[in-house]
Design a protein around this ligand. Sequence first.
Ligand SMILES: Cc1cc2nc3c(=O)[nH]c(=O)nc-3n(C[C@H](O)[C@H](O)[C@H](O)COP(=O)(O)O)c2cc1C
Length: 141
Amino acid sequence: MLVRLIYASRASGIDGEKLSAIMKASRTHNAAAGITGVLVFSDGIFMQVLEGGRDEVSALYNRIAQSRSHRDVVLLDYEEISERRFAGWSMGQANLSRLNPGVLLKYSERAVLDPYKLGGQAAVALFEELVQTAVIACPGQ
Ligand SMILES: Cc1cc2nc3c(=O)[nH]c(=O)nc-3n(C[C@H](O)[C@H](O)[C@H](O)COP(=O)(O)O)c2cc1C
């Protein structure tokens, strides 16, 4: 059975090097565990979508939530799904500087990423738009 989980968090002590290390470790682990998804990082805020088997997604979310690299981890959406929407990425990284502010405005009150004010379905829609507008980078894949 497949599930999709989306959470938001506030980064803590993250620099470019640490972020690259997280992405590298994520791609290795996620590929082995059958997990796909996208990680957005903007203005000190993370938002991540994880898709995969229920046990795998649950175990990964528990591990991620314990990371000291972020805090205020809030679950935005969790649902059973019949198919993946982000199957192309073991963990894609969204480059928000290349994102049209109009895309953010479409789903939120202001043209800044504030997932704490975003409903679960709006979060899914925003991720889908990121994928469609090709601002997802996945070096090495
Ligand atoms: C925002 C964020 C996203 C993460 N995403 C993944 C992931 O998709 N797959 C994975 O295996 N680990 C993921 N991790 C966990 C890291 O690979 C690493 O295990 C963890 O950050 C180590 O904990 P520490 O930061 O306290 O040293 C993530 C961590 C953070 C902070």
